[in-house]
Design a protein around this ligand. Structure first.
Ligand code: AHR
Length: 340
Protein backbone atom coordinates (compact mmCIF):
# COMPACT_ATOMS: atom_id res chain seq x y z
CA UNK A 1 0.00 0.00 0.00
CA UNK A 2 1.25 3.42 -0.86
CA UNK A 3 2.29 5.60 2.01
CA UNK A 4 -0.27 8.24 1.07
CA UNK A 5 -3.03 5.62 1.15
CA UNK A 6 -1.84 4.39 4.54
CA UNK A 7 -1.90 7.94 5.88
CA UNK A 8 -5.38 8.55 4.54
CA UNK A 9 -6.60 5.36 6.23
CA UNK A 10 -5.02 6.33 9.56
CA UNK A 11 -6.52 9.83 9.44
CA UNK A 12 -9.98 8.46 8.56
CA UNK A 13 -9.81 5.91 11.38
CA UNK A 14 -8.73 8.61 13.83
CA UNK A 15 -11.67 10.81 12.82
CA UNK A 16 -14.14 7.93 13.22
CA UNK A 17 -12.73 7.13 16.67
CA UNK A 18 -12.91 10.80 17.66
CA UNK A 19 -16.55 11.01 16.66
CA UNK A 20 -17.41 7.80 18.54
CA UNK A 21 -15.39 8.96 21.55
CA UNK A 22 -17.08 12.33 21.63
CA UNK A 23 -20.48 10.69 21.45
CA UNK A 24 -19.69 8.43 24.38
CA UNK A 25 -18.50 11.17 26.65
CA UNK A 26 -21.22 13.72 25.79
CA UNK A 27 -23.72 14.15 28.59
CA UNK A 28 -27.01 12.45 27.87
CA UNK A 29 -29.40 14.86 26.31
CA UNK A 30 -31.48 16.40 29.14
CA UNK A 31 -35.05 17.47 28.63
CA UNK A 32 -35.25 21.26 28.63
CA UNK A 33 -35.71 22.38 32.23
CA UNK A 34 -39.39 23.04 32.95
CA UNK A 35 -40.10 26.73 33.09
CA UNK A 36 -40.60 27.62 36.73
CA UNK A 37 -44.33 28.10 37.17
CA UNK A 38 -46.11 29.84 40.03
CA UNK A 39 -47.92 27.24 42.18
CA UNK A 40 -51.39 28.30 41.03
CA UNK A 41 -50.52 28.32 37.36
CA UNK A 42 -51.06 24.58 37.10
CA UNK A 43 -54.59 24.99 38.44
CA UNK A 44 -55.92 28.32 37.26
CA UNK A 45 -57.79 30.07 40.06
CA UNK A 46 -61.55 29.95 39.65
CA UNK A 47 -62.76 33.28 38.35
CA UNK A 48 -64.47 35.40 41.00
CA UNK A 49 -68.23 35.07 40.86
CA UNK A 50 -70.36 38.13 40.37
CA UNK A 51 -73.97 38.72 41.42
CA UNK A 52 -75.10 37.67 37.95
CA UNK A 53 -73.54 34.21 38.52
CA UNK A 54 -75.25 33.67 41.87
CA UNK A 55 -78.10 31.21 42.33
CA UNK A 56 -79.63 31.60 45.78
CA UNK A 57 -82.32 29.57 47.52
CA UNK A 58 -84.27 31.43 50.20
CA UNK A 59 -86.51 29.60 52.70
CA UNK A 60 -88.77 32.30 54.13
CA UNK A 61 -91.07 31.72 57.13
CA UNK A 62 -94.31 33.08 55.70
CA UNK A 63 -96.21 36.37 55.67
CA UNK A 64 -97.34 36.60 59.29
CA UNK A 65 -96.64 40.30 59.86
CA UNK A 66 -96.04 43.70 58.29
CA UNK A 67 -92.41 43.16 59.24
CA UNK A 68 -92.21 39.89 57.30
CA UNK A 69 -93.81 41.46 54.22
CA UNK A 70 -91.14 44.17 54.26
CA UNK A 71 -88.42 41.56 54.77
CA UNK A 72 -89.61 39.46 51.82
CA UNK A 73 -89.83 42.54 49.60
CA UNK A 74 -86.26 43.47 50.52
CA UNK A 75 -84.96 39.97 49.66
CA UNK A 76 -86.84 39.84 46.33
CA UNK A 77 -86.26 43.42 45.19
CA UNK A 78 -82.54 43.31 45.90
CA UNK A 79 -82.14 40.04 43.95
CA UNK A 80 -83.85 41.65 41.00
CA UNK A 81 -81.71 44.77 41.26
CA UNK A 82 -78.43 42.84 41.43
CA UNK A 83 -79.33 40.23 38.82
CA UNK A 84 -79.13 37.33 41.30
CA UNK A 85 -81.20 34.25 40.40
CA UNK A 86 -83.46 33.78 43.43
CA UNK A 87 -85.43 30.62 44.22
CA UNK A 88 -87.87 31.79 46.89
CA UNK A 89 -90.05 29.61 49.07
CA UNK A 90 -92.80 30.72 51.50
CA UNK A 91 -93.23 28.05 54.20
CA UNK A 92 -96.50 29.40 55.59
CA UNK A 93 -95.01 29.34 59.08
CA UNK A 94 -94.33 25.59 59.01
CA UNK A 95 -90.88 24.24 59.77
CA UNK A 96 -91.50 21.09 57.72
CA UNK A 97 -92.09 23.28 54.64
CA UNK A 98 -88.85 25.17 55.26
CA UNK A 99 -86.97 21.86 55.54
CA UNK A 100 -88.54 20.64 52.27
CA UNK A 101 -87.54 23.88 50.56
CA UNK A 102 -83.94 23.55 51.77
CA UNK A 103 -83.78 19.96 50.47
CA UNK A 104 -85.07 21.09 47.11
CA UNK A 105 -82.43 23.87 46.98
CA UNK A 106 -79.77 21.27 47.73
CA UNK A 107 -81.08 19.06 44.90
CA UNK A 108 -80.97 22.06 42.56
CA UNK A 109 -77.37 22.74 43.64
CA UNK A 110 -77.85 26.42 44.41
CA UNK A 111 -74.74 28.40 45.41
CA UNK A 112 -76.05 29.61 48.78
CA UNK A 113 -79.08 28.93 50.97
CA UNK A 114 -80.64 31.71 53.04
CA UNK A 115 -83.10 30.73 55.75
CA UNK A 116 -85.03 32.52 58.46
CA UNK A 117 -85.76 29.63 60.84
CA UNK A 118 -89.34 29.73 62.11
CA UNK A 119 -88.26 28.06 65.38
CA UNK A 120 -84.82 27.61 66.90
CA UNK A 121 -84.53 23.84 67.14
CA UNK A 122 -84.74 20.91 64.70
CA UNK A 123 -82.33 22.08 61.97
CA UNK A 124 -79.23 19.95 62.45
CA UNK A 125 -80.04 17.18 59.98
CA UNK A 126 -80.98 19.39 57.04
CA UNK A 127 -78.14 21.86 57.66
CA UNK A 128 -75.73 18.90 57.75
CA UNK A 129 -77.15 17.79 54.37
CA UNK A 130 -76.42 21.24 52.96
CA UNK A 131 -72.92 21.15 54.41
CA UNK A 132 -72.29 17.68 52.93
CA UNK A 133 -73.39 19.03 49.54
CA UNK A 134 -70.93 21.93 49.95
CA UNK A 135 -73.68 24.58 50.04
CA UNK A 136 -73.22 27.34 52.60
CA UNK A 137 -76.21 28.24 54.79
CA UNK A 138 -76.74 31.84 55.88
CA UNK A 139 -79.17 32.44 58.75
CA UNK A 140 -81.15 35.59 58.07
CA UNK A 141 -83.24 37.42 60.70
CA UNK A 142 -83.46 34.45 63.12
CA UNK A 143 -80.87 32.18 64.67
CA UNK A 144 -81.07 28.39 64.89
CA UNK A 145 -79.78 26.33 67.81
CA UNK A 146 -77.17 24.34 65.85
CA UNK A 147 -73.39 23.91 66.13
CA UNK A 148 -71.52 26.82 64.56
CA UNK A 149 -69.99 24.70 61.79
CA UNK A 150 -73.46 24.09 60.32
CA UNK A 151 -74.00 27.68 59.21
CA UNK A 152 -71.72 30.29 57.74
CA UNK A 153 -73.03 33.45 59.34
CA UNK A 154 -76.07 34.96 61.04
CA UNK A 155 -77.37 38.28 59.70
CA UNK A 156 -79.92 39.87 62.01
CA UNK A 157 -80.90 41.49 65.26
CA UNK A 158 -79.96 41.06 68.88
CA UNK A 159 -83.41 40.04 70.11
CA UNK A 160 -82.35 39.89 73.77
CA UNK A 161 -81.27 43.52 73.51
CA UNK A 162 -84.63 44.41 71.92
CA UNK A 163 -86.34 42.82 74.95
CA UNK A 164 -84.16 44.84 77.35
CA UNK A 165 -84.92 48.03 75.44
CA UNK A 166 -88.64 47.26 75.63
CA UNK A 167 -88.27 46.70 79.39
CA UNK A 168 -86.46 49.99 79.80
CA UNK A 169 -89.10 51.85 77.78
CA UNK A 170 -91.89 50.23 79.79
CA UNK A 171 -90.16 51.21 83.03
CA UNK A 172 -89.97 54.85 81.86
CA UNK A 173 -93.61 54.89 80.72
CA UNK A 174 -95.00 53.23 83.85
CA UNK A 175 -92.71 55.01 86.29
CA UNK A 176 -91.53 51.63 87.56
CA UNK A 177 -94.95 50.31 88.57
CA UNK A 178 -97.45 48.24 86.62
CA UNK A 179 -99.27 44.98 85.98
CA UNK A 180 -98.15 43.80 82.58
CA UNK A 181 -99.61 41.29 80.15
CA UNK A 182 -97.29 39.88 77.51
CA UNK A 183 -98.12 38.84 73.94
CA UNK A 184 -95.38 36.40 73.02
CA UNK A 185 -94.28 35.68 69.43
CA UNK A 186 -94.27 32.25 67.77
CA UNK A 187 -93.56 29.60 70.41
CA UNK A 188 -89.99 28.34 70.16
CA UNK A 189 -88.83 31.11 67.82
CA UNK A 190 -85.64 33.03 68.54
CA UNK A 191 -87.34 36.45 68.79
CA UNK A 192 -90.01 35.11 71.16
CA UNK A 193 -87.47 33.37 73.39
CA UNK A 194 -85.03 36.27 73.42
CA UNK A 195 -87.46 39.18 73.68
CA UNK A 196 -89.05 37.48 76.69
CA UNK A 197 -85.61 36.93 78.20
CA UNK A 198 -84.33 40.48 77.66
CA UNK A 199 -87.50 42.06 79.05
CA UNK A 200 -87.36 39.88 82.19
CA UNK A 201 -83.67 40.64 82.61
CA UNK A 202 -84.44 44.35 82.63
CA UNK A 203 -87.38 44.26 85.05
CA UNK A 204 -85.70 41.73 87.39
CA UNK A 205 -84.74 44.48 89.84
CA UNK A 206 -87.97 46.50 89.44
CA UNK A 207 -90.25 44.98 92.06
CA UNK A 208 -93.13 47.27 91.02
CA UNK A 209 -93.26 45.80 87.51
CA UNK A 210 -95.04 42.48 87.38
CA UNK A 211 -95.96 40.22 84.45
CA UNK A 212 -99.41 38.91 85.34
CA UNK A 213 -100.10 36.91 82.15
CA UNK A 214 -98.12 35.73 79.15
CA UNK A 215 -99.34 33.91 76.06
CA UNK A 216 -98.41 33.46 72.42
CA UNK A 217 -100.15 35.51 69.73
CA UNK A 218 -97.95 33.87 67.04
CA UNK A 219 -96.78 37.28 65.75
CA UNK A 220 -100.13 37.85 63.97
CA UNK A 221 -102.71 40.61 64.31
CA UNK A 222 -105.64 38.20 64.53
CA UNK A 223 -104.06 36.07 67.26
CA UNK A 224 -102.89 39.19 69.14
CA UNK A 225 -106.47 40.43 69.25
CA UNK A 226 -107.83 37.06 70.32
CA UNK A 227 -105.33 36.60 73.17
CA UNK A 228 -105.78 40.19 74.38
CA UNK A 229 -109.54 39.56 74.57
CA UNK A 230 -108.81 36.56 76.79
CA UNK A 231 -106.44 38.61 78.99
CA UNK A 232 -109.13 41.28 79.41
CA UNK A 233 -111.74 38.69 80.22
CA UNK A 234 -109.56 37.27 83.01
CA UNK A 235 -107.84 40.37 84.39
CA UNK A 236 -110.06 43.24 83.21
CA UNK A 237 -109.03 46.65 84.51
CA UNK A 238 -106.18 45.19 86.57
CA UNK A 239 -104.07 45.30 83.43
CA UNK A 240 -102.05 48.52 83.27
CA UNK A 241 -99.66 47.62 80.47
CA UNK A 242 -99.09 45.38 77.47
CA UNK A 243 -95.74 44.20 76.17
CA UNK A 244 -96.18 42.78 72.65
CA UNK A 245 -93.28 41.00 70.93
CA UNK A 246 -94.27 42.63 67.66
CA UNK A 247 -96.30 45.56 66.34
CA UNK A 248 -98.86 43.41 64.55
CA UNK A 249 -99.95 41.71 67.78
CA UNK A 250 -100.04 45.14 69.49
CA UNK A 251 -102.27 46.48 66.71
CA UNK A 252 -104.61 43.50 67.08
CA UNK A 253 -104.64 44.05 70.87
CA UNK A 254 -105.43 47.75 70.44
CA UNK A 255 -108.64 46.73 68.70
CA UNK A 256 -109.50 44.31 71.52
CA UNK A 257 -108.86 47.00 74.17
CA UNK A 258 -111.09 49.50 72.35
CA UNK A 259 -113.86 46.93 71.95
CA UNK A 260 -113.58 46.24 75.69
CA UNK A 261 -114.23 49.95 76.32
CA UNK A 262 -110.73 51.01 77.44
CA UNK A 263 -108.30 53.46 75.84
CA UNK A 264 -105.13 51.84 74.45
CA UNK A 265 -102.10 54.01 75.17
CA UNK A 266 -103.83 55.60 78.16
CA UNK A 267 -105.66 53.04 80.30
CA UNK A 268 -103.31 50.36 79.10
CA UNK A 269 -99.82 51.49 78.13
CA UNK A 270 -98.33 49.56 75.23
CA UNK A 271 -94.76 48.82 74.18
CA UNK A 272 -94.05 46.62 71.17
CA UNK A 273 -91.24 45.65 68.81
CA UNK A 274 -90.57 46.14 65.03
CA UNK A 275 -91.24 49.85 64.32
CA UNK A 276 -93.31 49.24 61.19
CA UNK A 277 -95.44 52.02 59.68
CA UNK A 278 -98.57 50.72 61.43
CA UNK A 279 -96.84 51.29 64.78
CA UNK A 280 -95.97 54.87 63.86
CA UNK A 281 -99.60 55.49 62.86
CA UNK A 282 -100.78 54.01 66.18
CA UNK A 283 -98.34 56.25 68.09
CA UNK A 284 -99.57 59.32 66.19
CA UNK A 285 -103.14 58.32 67.17
CA UNK A 286 -102.00 58.07 70.82
CA UNK A 287 -102.70 54.33 71.02
CA UNK A 288 -99.16 52.98 71.29
CA UNK A 289 -96.51 54.30 73.69
CA UNK A 290 -93.28 53.00 72.21
CA UNK A 291 -91.90 50.68 69.53
CA UNK A 292 -88.44 49.13 69.56
CA UNK A 293 -86.99 48.76 66.09
CA UNK A 294 -86.18 45.43 64.42
CA UNK A 295 -84.84 46.05 60.92
CA UNK A 296 -86.37 43.88 58.15
CA UNK A 297 -84.45 45.43 55.22
CA UNK A 298 -81.82 42.72 55.09
CA UNK A 299 -81.68 42.09 51.31
CA UNK A 300 -78.59 44.19 50.48
CA UNK A 301 -76.49 42.77 53.33
CA UNK A 302 -77.65 39.23 52.60
CA UNK A 303 -76.47 39.20 48.97
CA UNK A 304 -73.26 40.98 49.89
CA UNK A 305 -72.52 38.16 52.35
CA UNK A 306 -73.63 35.46 49.89
CA UNK A 307 -71.23 36.73 47.23
CA UNK A 308 -68.35 36.97 49.68
CA UNK A 309 -69.01 33.44 50.90
CA UNK A 310 -69.06 31.86 47.41
CA UNK A 311 -65.85 33.69 46.57
CA UNK A 312 -64.20 32.20 49.64
CA UNK A 313 -63.91 35.45 51.58
CA UNK A 314 -64.03 35.50 55.36
CA UNK A 315 -67.24 36.81 56.90
CA UNK A 316 -68.02 37.39 60.58
CA UNK A 317 -70.14 34.78 62.37
CA UNK A 318 -72.71 37.46 63.22
CA UNK A 319 -73.57 40.59 61.27
CA UNK A 320 -75.88 42.61 63.55
CA UNK A 321 -78.42 45.09 62.23
CA UNK A 322 -78.60 48.65 63.55
CA UNK A 323 -81.81 49.55 65.35
CA UNK A 324 -83.43 52.36 67.35
CA UNK A 325 -86.27 52.96 69.83
CA UNK A 326 -89.17 55.29 68.93
CA UNK A 327 -91.69 57.26 71.02
CA UNK A 328 -94.91 59.09 69.99
CA UNK A 329 -93.33 62.58 70.14
CA UNK A 330 -91.17 61.85 67.09
CA UNK A 331 -93.62 59.57 65.23
CA UNK A 332 -95.21 62.21 62.99
CA UNK A 333 -91.87 63.57 61.86
CA UNK A 334 -90.47 60.11 61.14
CA UNK A 335 -93.48 58.45 59.48
CA UNK A 336 -92.91 59.91 55.97
CA UNK A 337 -89.43 58.39 55.79
CA UNK A 338 -90.39 54.94 57.12
CA UNK A 339 -89.89 52.50 54.25
CA UNK A 340 -91.96 49.71 55.78
O1 AHR B 1 -88.04 37.52 63.34
C1 AHR B 1 -88.51 38.82 63.37
C2 AHR B 1 -89.91 38.83 63.82
O2 AHR B 1 -90.70 38.02 63.00
C3 AHR B 1 -90.61 40.18 63.79
O3 AHR B 1 -90.45 40.91 64.94
C4 AHR B 1 -92.02 39.74 63.65
O4 AHR B 1 -92.90 40.77 63.35
C5 AHR B 1 -91.85 38.73 62.61
O5 AHR B 1 -92.93 38.02 62.30
Amino acid sequence: MKLSKVLLLVVTLAMILAVIGCGASAPAAQPAPAKEQPAQAEKAPAAEKTYADLVVGYAQIGAESEWRTANTASIKEEAEKLGVELKFSDAQQKQENQIKAIRSFIAQQVDVIGVSPVVETGWETVFQEAKDAGIPVILVDRRAAVPEDLYTTYLGSDFVEEGRRAGEAMDKILGGKGKIVELVGTVGSAPANDRAKGFREYIADKPGMEIIASQSGDFTRAKGKEVMEAFLKTHGKDITALYAHNDDMAIGAIQAIEEYGLKPGEDIKIVSVDAVRGAFEAMIAGKLNCTVECNPLLGPQFYDLALKVVNGQEVPKWVPSEEGVYYPEEAAALLPERKY
